[in-house]
Design a binder for this molecule. Structure first.
Ligand SMILES: NC(=O)C1=CN([C@@H]2O[C@H](COP(=O)(O)OP(=O)(O)OC[C@H]3O[C@@H](n4cnc5c(N)ncnc54)[C@H](OP(=O)(O)O)[C@@H]3O)[C@@H](O)[C@H]2O)C=CC1
Ligand SMILES: O=CC(=O)O
Length: 318
């Protein structure tokens, strides 16, 4: 059987797979397979190992005559057209759980860096702009004891709430359904979205990208937030109206934003949001801890091989 891997993973994981299957992948650790090559190779492939950057859309499904399983090295699968996959009986696997703690770590790190202006401080030294101690130089927002509002209290949201509890934060959350466990174990309080936005010092977005969440944070939502509030997005860029966010940050409607994800990735240095001092931006590295990425790759391979050999996937989307 032929497998396509649009990204390279370490040999220790890849070699046992190569012994059993014909594996087509990229040569470099630093590049993904081009769309053109993927569309060519997919024609006679049985399995596809993918990631958040590939668009697994109708055009690709049309080409894929033999495809049985798609396994993404990610928990989010918004880049895969599930309807097209279902129509063709193609299984989809993903990697929830193994990346929860690393992504919660990065989300909280971004919250702290944004609230306390860590990037601006580091840049000031680097650019020789530090003139000495001043009473209100680079003053940020306190974190300890403040109110955090988590939109999307799922696996990673709960991980962030656990970290927030260590900082004695008051925890609000909003989901479509209540998370009773988070309420009991973490003292989190369910509120409607408007209330969360009005009351939170830190608003953290961790809901998946769906039709319902598309640009769920736009002008009206930013207007409800405190002028001193910090907005953190480690979910998906499409959940946020980036023009509305820019306006809110520039006009002082909200205080700062920490972003790990963008609507069209990768962004370049001339992206509008990067022109603002009150934006801390990262290149979609939520789960990028070595052990985590190894575990994600292992799990994604297991999903792929299980599907090809007729066994249940460990984590199956459809
Ligand atoms: N930056 C990065 O590198 C990473 C980003 N991610 C992103 O984080 C997301 C969350 O992952 P994970 O925590 O594992 O997923 P979960 O499915 O465990 O959590 C998602 C949460 O969002 C809530 N939710 C879904 N739809 C809505 C809605 N319309 N309004 C409000 N809340 C909603 C769900 O609750 P309910 O169903 O009750 O509404 C659930 O609590 C992923 O989908 C991915 O996009 C994940 C890993 C790394
Ligand atoms: O964005 C990453 C994911 O795992 O989803």
């Amino acid at each position: 059987m032929k497998l396509i891997m649009t990204c390279k993973i370490p040999d220790e994981l890849m070699n046992p797979i190569k012994e059993k299957y014909e594996v087509v992948t990229v040569e470099s650790d630093h590049a993904l397979m081009s769309r053109k090559r993927l569309l060519g190779e997919i024609v006679d492939a049985d399995g596809l190992f993918t990631n958040v950057a590939d668009h697994i859309d109708e055009e690709l499904f049309e080409q894929a005559k033999k495809l049985k399983v798609i396994s993404t090295m990610a928990v989010g699968y918004d880049n895969i057209d599930l309807q097209e996959a279902k129509k063709r009986g193609i299984l989809i696997g993903h990697t929830p759980g193994v990346l929860t703690e690393a992504t919660a770590d990065l989300t909280f790190a971004l919250l702290m860096a944004t609230g306390r202006r860590v990037k601006e401080g580091a840049d000031a030294i680097q650019n020789n702009e530090w003139k000495g101690w001043l009473p209100f130089y680079l003053t940020g927002q306190e974190i300890y004891g403040k109110t955090i509002g988590i939109i999307g209290m799922g696996r990673i949201g709960v991980g962030v709430a656990r970290r927030a509890r260590g900082f004695s934060m008051n925890i609000l959350y909003h989901n479509r359904s209540k998370n009773e466990e988070a309420e009991k174990d973490l003292g989190a309080t369910y509120v409607e979205l408007d209330q969360l936005l009005k009351k939170s010092d830190y608003v953290v977005l961790l809901a998946p990208s769906t039709k319902e969440t598309y640009r769920m944070m736009s002008t009206a939502q930013f207007q409800l937030m405190k002028k001193s509030a910090v907005f953190i997005n480690t979910s998906r860029g499409s959940n946020v109206d980036e023009d509305a966010l820019y306006e809110a940050l520039q006009s002082g409607e909200i205080w700062a934003a920490g972003l790990d994800v963008f609507e069209n990735e990768p962004i370049s240095a001339n992206h509008k949001l990067l022109q603002l001092n009150n934006v801390t931006a990262l290149p979609h590295i939520g789960s990028a801890a070595i052990e985590t990425r190894m575990n994600m790759a292992r799990l994604a391979l297991e999903n792929l091989v299980n599907g090809l050999e007729g066994r249940p996937l460990v984590h199956q989307v459809i």
